[in-house]
Design a protein around this ligand. Structure first.
Ligand SMILES: *Cc1c(COP(=O)(O)O)cnc(C)c1O
Length: 385
């Protein structure tokens, strides 16, 4: 206990102690915390679908039909018709032969990296990959090689010098704390040249990028049997869960071996039903995506020449790098005083010295709300200078 107390005090001192905010109510872009209404720029609900009437209705109807829980793991008796329907829909939508539905993206990534690479293989991972891919890599029996962020030349050299039996290049498609998009066409070319698999985590691209919201592969017009694609269902899709889609053999092997699929209760059927409806809305959601793109441009123009570095992102994730954790917390506090919630993201989530405000936009935001954020940030810059 004493040791834990000492360590917690250390976190506090370094400005690294995290605290959860209890949300009492929300209506899409505004939340109520401690009785106070705040304009929020911190959700991954990029299209505002978590409150979409048709999704809520689909979940309610499924709850009446199937009950609220799946009742068992998928391989025992928890794989319902609605799960089967969802997997077919997701595979067809993403353009692959088969898909597997997971309860969370974290579990999907653990499954991929624990199950597919074997002893004697090698995993090549971007240094800024999401924590779930890093944790997955920690479970693998293969050798793990990190390459510098989006550095195609460094990756090419690493692949060329590798004697591994099977090679897996693993990357976020849209990096969760920087908002930039991985050079997927170049990565796929390298994988073709070196006979490697390409594992793409599209948590922040699925629903938002590409034709009909099909994600980052569609954004670049990429298709290949060597791609293993993971999309999450709790961000732009607005519900919960994830899926992996790939060639038949890859998916069948996951069904046989993925411990985070086999040894856990299947996702509630009502969740699958809401996701299924969400895919329809996403496919028809070009207006939502166009509005979101417009907000991104508006924010970026508004935040030009501020003292903080706005990373060059074209996605809904717009990070404003402040530097030290304490300064990022202070800026987040100033915004909070002005009725705006943008969380400070600190190490270890991001590298030391790059603490930042992670502004995330949603199609549910209005232009006026983005303007308000810009105005308050400009005032903060003046008061701090
Ligand atoms: C959020 C996220 C995950 C995890 O997905 P969950 O469904 O929230 O567990 C995986 N990869 C990336 C890049 C993410 O941003």
């Amino acid at each position: 206990m004493q040791e834990l107390r000492r360590q917690l005090a250390g976190l506090e001192q370094r400005g690294l102690r995290r605290r959860r905010q209890v949300i009492e109510a929300a209506d899409g872009t505004e939340v109520v915390i401690g009785g106070r209404r705040l304009l929020a720029f911190c959700s991954n609900d990029y299209l505002g679908l978590s409150r979409h009437a048709a999704l809520i209705e689909a979940a309610q109807e499924a709850a009446r039909h199937y009950g609220v829980g799946a009742g068992a793991s998928a391989l025992i008796s928890g794989h319902w018709a609605i799960h089967e329907q969802l997997e077919r829909r997701l595979a067809a939508f993403a353009g692959f032969p088969r898909a597997l539905h997971f309860s969370t993206g974290y579990m999907a990534n653990l499954a991929l990296l624990h199950t597919l690479p074997r002893r004697g293989d090698a995993v090549f991972a971007d240094e800024l990959n999401h924590a779930s891919l890093i944790d997955g890599a920690a479970l693998t029996r293969a050798e793990v090689v990190e390459y510098p962020h989006c550095d195609v030349d460094a990756l090419a050299a690493a692949l060329a010098s590798s004697k591994a039996k099977q090679k897996f290049v693993v990357t976020d498609a849209v990096f969760s704390m920087d908002g930039d998009i991985a050079p997927l066409p170049q990565l796929l070319s390298l994988c073709e040249a070196h006979d490697a698999w390409l594992v793409v985590d599209d948590a922040h691209g699925f629903g938002v990028l590409g034709e009909g919201g099909r994600g980052s592969l569609s954004h670049f017009g990429l298709r290949s049997p060597r791609i293993i694609y993971m999309g999450t269902l709790g961000k732009a899709v607005g519900v919960a869960g994830a899926f992996v889609t790939a060639q038949e053999e890859v998916i069948e092997w996951l069904v046989q071996r993925a411990r985070t699929y086999i040894y856990t209760t299947a996702a509630p059927p009502m969740v699958a039903a809401a996701v299924l409806k969400s895919v329809d809305v996403i496919e028809q959601g070009e207006d939502l995506r166009a509005h979101l793109r417009k907000l991104v441009q508006r924010l970026r123009e508004g935040l030009r020449d501020l003292p903080w570095r706005l990373l060059p992102s074209q996605t809904a994730i717009q990070p404003l790098v402040v530097g030290e954790s304490k300064d990022a917390l202070a800026l987040s506090g100033l915004l909070r005083d002005a009725g705006i919630w943008v969380p400070a993201i600190r190490p270890p989530t991001v590298p030391m010295g790059t603490a930042r405000l992670r502004i995330s936009l949603s199609a549910a935001h209005s232009e006026a709300q983005v303007d308000r954020l810009v105005e308050v940030l400009r005032r903060c810059a003046e008061s701090l200078s």
